[in-house]
Structure formats: C-alpha cells, structure tokens
Design a binder for this molecule. Structure first.
Ligand code: XBP
Ligand code: MG
Length: 280
C-alpha cells in the first residue's frame, strides 16, 4: 500500500518559531541493503542461487520469488522460510540447521566475490552525502541485518580502504537476537553511539527497516527501490526515490521535499528539526 502524504509525519511546518527546541542532529544511521546500494536483486539473489548450485540443491530463486522471500530478513532465516514454504522435507532432516549454515556460508562467499569485483555500486547521492556529513562533523553508523563482512567489503570496494573507519559503529547480522523489523539492531547502535534516538536520523529502504528504526524512536528517511516501492512507510519523515545527485534530482514520493532536488545536510537538518518526537 502506498504511504499517503497525510501518514508521513507532518513536514508542512517550515521549522518556524513554534517548535520547541529539538535536539541537535548528531548522527546518521544507515541501513545497507537497498539503502547504501541496491544489493538484493542482482547481488544477494544470484549469490544464493550460486550456493544452491554449488551444494547440489535444485532450488532457484527468480526475481519474483525473491521479492516475496525478502519479507524475511536475514539470509539464514530466508533460506529456512523458503524451505518451510517450498521444501518441507529439507527441514525434516536432522542436519537441516547445519545445511542452512553451510548454504549461507557459500552464499556469502559468492556475494563477497561480487562485491570485491566492484559489481555493486552505491546508490545515487550516498557517497556525496557521507562525505558532506563527515566534513560537517556528523557521526556515522550502520544498522543492518546483513553479514558484517558484506558491509565492510561493500564500503571498501565502493569508498576506499579507509571507509570502514568513517563509521563509529557498525551494527550488523547476528549481533542482536531479533532482526528487523525488530528494533534491536537500532537500539544496539544507539547504545554503542551513546546518543539518544532524538539526536539521530536513520536511512532505510523497506517496511521492515522503517518498523525497526521507528520502533527505536529514530526519525527515518526512506529511499525506496524496485522491491519496496509498494510497501507501507507510514511514519517516515519523507519517502524519496533516492538521495539525488547534481543534475539528477530525487523524485518525492511522500512527505515534504521543501523544493529541494538532492538530499544534503541542510535538508536532513530541516527534516530532523520538523520530525515528530517519536519517543513520547
Ligand atoms: C537486508 C537483509 C539481509 C540481506 C542478505 O539487510 O535482510 O539479510 O538480504 O544478507 P538490511 P545476509 O536491509 O537490513 O541491510 O545473507 O548476509 O543476511
Ligand atoms: Mg534494507
């Protein structure tokens, strides 16, 4: 279901004097898959299929089926969910959990090889915004369901060897018991940052991700993608096509774009200062 404009937090206020003082924006927290880079259809999906072939499974996840399986976050959880739906005998095996672990390890190997080959670029505006945020002293963090090695390899391959050090905190994968849409990973990142949710802004691409970040009380900007554009992003400060680049403006899907064409620190501060207090 498309998010109706009224459901996105009210951005009509131009940050006028009526607003009580908002906590200063101190940190940006980024989701990875679908947000930093469009990794699912042409990255994780073929990596899963390569692992199935390598280990002798007749399973093949096409684009449509994978879109359905994405409702479950976490690669191991997604394999288990697929088996529950389509190959229940697999789960009846006493070594099913080990087989899932082996399949996921093989898939991660294939995915890392793709990343190392530079096969998955960052989405528009991501590198530009990360650099501007660093120049202006914002702290950076990551909150993702994916495997930690997938994060560091994507950052190095797309931003250079020192890019991992740009992030004060990288919260990824099995580090928390419950994955998105549970807010656990965002709570963990906030704790590591030692910052209140109100001092942060999250970037997400999916309904699962938005539920997680809003569940942790963090104002959230959504950049939708082909797999998530029909999902419900109610509560986001705005929904846009991407962060925009000079000469390639973002498309506003929901919320107030304030007449801007690309997301920069000024627009983030405006969205952050006019976002509702999520912790009340
Ligand atoms: C997206 C996910 C991940 C990836 C697969 O994570 O749900 O599980 O699809 O990666 P996010 P793994 O949007 O939170 O970045 O196989 O390593 O889990
Ligand atoms: Mg995502």
């Amino acid at each position: 279901m498309k998010t109706q404009r009224s459901e996105v937090s009210d951005q009509s206020n131009d940050g006028g004097s009526g607003l009580e003082a908002k906590i200063k924006l101190r940190a940006l927290i980024f989701d990875v898959d679908g947000t930093l880079a469009d990794t699912e259809r042409d990255g994780h999906r073929p990596a899963f299929n390569a692992a199935f072939a390598e280990l002798g499974y007749a399973w093949q996840w096409d684009e449509t089926l994978y879109g359905e399986l994405l409702e479950v976050t976490g690669g191991k959880e997604r394999i288990r969910h697929f088996a529950e739906q389509y190959d229940i005998e697999f789960l009846a095996r006493p070594d099913a959990e080990q087989r899932i672990a082996d399949l996921h390890a093989a898939k991660t190997r294939h995915y890392l090889a793709m990343l190392e080959g530079g096969g998955i670029p960052l989405r528009p505006g991501v590198a530009r915004l990360l650099r501007q945020a660093r120049e202006e002293g914002l702290r950076l963090a990551i909150a993702t369901t994916t495997t930690p090695a997938n994060v560091t390899t994507l950052l190095k391959a797309s931003l250079g060897a020192d890019a991992v050090s740009w992030f004060d905190v990288i919260g990824a994968g099995d580090i928390v018991p419950a994955k998105k849409p549970a807010p656990d990973i965002y709570h963990w990142v906030l704790e590591q940052l030692q910052l209140p949710a109100a001092a942060c802004l999250a970037f997400e691409d999916s309904a699962n991700g938005v539920q997680a970040s809003l569940g942790a009380g963090i104002a959230t900007l959504v950049t939708e993608n082909a797999y998530t554009q029909t999902q419900d992003f109610a509560g986001a400060v705005a929904v846009i096509s991407d962060l925009g680049e000079p000469g390639a403006p973002f498309r506003l899907v929901a919320g107030a774009g304030h007449g801007r064409k690309q997301v920069d620190m000024g627009l983030l501060r405006l969205w952050h200062s006019t976002s509702p207090d999520l912790c009340s």
